[in-house]
Design a protein around this ligand. Sequence first.
Ligand SMILES: Cc1cc2nc3c(=O)[nH]c(=O)nc-3n(C[C@H](O)[C@H](O)[C@H](O)COP(=O)(O)OP(=O)(O)OC[C@H]3O[C@@H](n4cnc5c(N)ncnc54)[C@H](O)[C@@H]3O)c2cc1C
Length: 268
Amino acid sequence: MHFALNEDQIAVRDMAREFAAEKIAPHAVRWDEEKHFPVDVMREAAKLGMGGVYIRDDVGGSALTRFDAALIFEALAQGCPTVSAFISIHNMASWMIDAYGNDTQRQKWLPKLCTMELLASYCLTEPGSGSDAAALRTRAVRDGDHYVLNGQKQFISGAGKGDLYVVMVRTGADGPGGISTLVIEGDTPGLSFGANERKMGWNAQPTRAFWKAARRIPGAAVSSRRHGDGTGGGADVCVARGGSARPQGRGCDHAVRDGQALWHRCRL
Ligand SMILES: Cc1cc2nc3c(=O)[nH]c(=O)nc-3n(C[C@H](O)[C@H](O)[C@H](O)COP(=O)(O)OP(=O)(O)OC[C@H]3O[C@@H](n4cnc5c(N)ncnc54)[C@H](O)[C@@H]3O)c2cc1C
């Protein structure tokens, strides 16, 4: 099979390569030595469209493809794999809001995520389940206008520096069908973070655990019994935040009835 990049793909790749060569590579060793998280440089990358590569353009995204993203992140990694990985993770977390959030959520968060004025972390891994994502155990239980989270997330890139945490939690039964997704603002009371991990390389981003025991997360929160049989919602995007919350969302009768949630069905 013959395969070749088209002109647009070559242009996208070369743009990222040039950025990596000029703005990242010359500093990568120092950033690693100094454990420096180069947010300013990542925001420069975002000005070129790399903060929201496959986010829709009505909220400032570049509306490119996952394939374009692979070209970009491979090129950026030639400058520094750590920085490239963080931008990739930020894109992945932002995309979940773009794909499955309601319009209010998209308009609120995504313009600032695409410019990387806000940084997003993707919180899936746990000490007990690792790469077996469907086995995650962090549980989120509704308690009035709070969510009680019990568990621990591990190896979270950007943790402690992030503005938004896109967190996979168990709200239903075992297996992939019982998992929901919360979007938690970084300044939400009750969040706590572990120490920056000791790593061999990969130091240009903080990587931490967060919350080790039960935490009450105030504000909006959610719930997700979309089957009405207590098995959990497959996966729903909910938003937890520090302030008051108004019911929103489309097709989310339970949430609106509860008067708290901002959520939208998604899949993992
Ligand atoms: C620097 C750094 C940053 C990270 N950032 C994030 C982040 O931002 N968000 C996040 O959610 N996670 C993050 N992670 C976690 C990373 O995604 C996990 O390390 C990864 O999911 C693997 O989990 P684990 O380390 O527990 O390995 P394990 O799950 O223990 O797997 C170890 C090895 O065993 C293999 N394996 C596991 N189970 C099986 C099986 N049943 N059969 C055959 N082989 C198997 C795996 O493929 C792997 O090669 C980060 C990790 C690091 C080191």
